[in-house]
Design a binder for this molecule. Sequence first.
Ligand code: XUL
Length: 540
Amino acid sequence: MALYLGLDSSTQSLSAVVIEISGSARRVVQTRSFAFDEVLPHYRTRHGVLPHDDPKVAMSPPQMWAEALDLMLGQLANDIDVRDLAAVSGSAQQHGSVFLNASATQVLASLDPGAPLVAQIRDVFSREESPIWMDSSTTQECAEITAAVGGEAELARRTGSRAFERFTGPQIRKFFKDAPAAYAATDRVHLVSSFLASLLAGQHAAIDTGDGSGMNLMDLASSQWWTSAVRATTTDLEVKLPSLAVPWACVGTLSRYWQSRYGYPAASVIVWSGDNPCSLIGTGLVREGRIAVSMGTSDTVFGVMNEPRVDESGTGHVFGSPTGAFMGLTVFQNGSLARERVRDVAHMTWPQFSQSIASTPPTAGGVILPWFEPEITPNVRVRGVRRYASSDDGDTVVRALVESQQIAMMLHSSWMNVDVDTIHATGGAAANREILQVMADVFGADVYQLEVANSAALGAALRAAHAHMNASGPSVRWEEVVGGFTEPRASSRIRPDAHRHAMYREWAKVYAACEAHALGRGSDPSAAIAQFRARFRDAE
Ligand code: XUL
């Protein structure tokens, strides 16, 4: 019997999933999760983030992540017999950075199993607080890096994304400018993922190409650091960056600390990755054509791409996929956030919200651009809801919102150029089958509800299994590894209605005209709306 451990260090919590794969037998052996605020209150974080006067600044204490890791591995060793653990890997929030001084190498290599981890690593940080993905304070640095590498399009083409405030390169540049002495005392700049892998292996771990592509520093095509971007970030960053590795690389074995303190074997430590690449595997997306739509606070659309196609509009991201191919990711800030606001204004319960969708004809409510908060996709910096051809009737407003959100997801993920046949829907709102019917009709694809609780931790466990099985025996395909863990229930399938899909293809053009108008890039869409109405008057 072989056990595989996947960890997920997210913004707010640490989760673990232990799976067993023996021949055709597959099962989840143990899951555990705890919130940083609750279990480690002495770090005084709120939802995992340190309070700060400047709303643009978002920092977390890296010692908290380390202490959580120690706690989790201790708990798991109590829960189950960990002697059969063959490999461990992990997932972490993307983009966040951990700055270590030169003492770290020696400290990592000689951790004493007799004392808690966190007490031993207190002095290895050249920066006590780590900037995380919610930080948006580096607009100036984004502009400087963009200009130095020859513009936005070039940066996106080479690294997979234009410069984003939360990406690691602009964050490193800000530290370099604001705290030159502390930057000079930095020996290694890790990502959250490679920092935690280093703690497990007792030596500096590599950054995988999936998380490396969230830095504005890696050349996607060659999977190497891109010298122009590295030099545009700081003068000497190349000597401070860890190496890059393929997503199935082994970065060491669990060090003596974990073995002697908790009884773990010398299991392989597989390079960690970002939460989005790991979720790709945890939701079973191992081939092009299948995408996932995750509907949480924000909505995200992601899927495998065989080629590193880049979003010309500059809002989507291309990351390396754990399969060795690529993944596209598009984030919509106003997801459940908007659904909840509309539901509250209409004084509805969720069942009533669903009933409104079911009882209202398609397109009857017009178009709603639900920018309750600044929107990432499309890029809208000043919040404000925009409505076209819509009434104040609660039912039609609900239908219009859900349709508009789905059309926005379809249009703004089309840069991935993936012929979508299957959608795996996850996140809280995926429980709502009326929303999923609109999704199926808009995309013209089968939609399945996916009931994976922690797709990033599961994805990390599956990555550990895949890497270990391929290194120790005949090669196994990804389908075989994820099989039995990530299939949605066949009975959850929702089929598209061909007639409604044809109608939405036309309505999507109306939506695009409204969006262009709202963004100041197009003329009044009234004529497009009237034309559509004339054509589909008798349709429903
Ligand atoms: C992706 C992103 C977030 C983080 C935190 O670009 O910023 O999804 O990975 O989950």
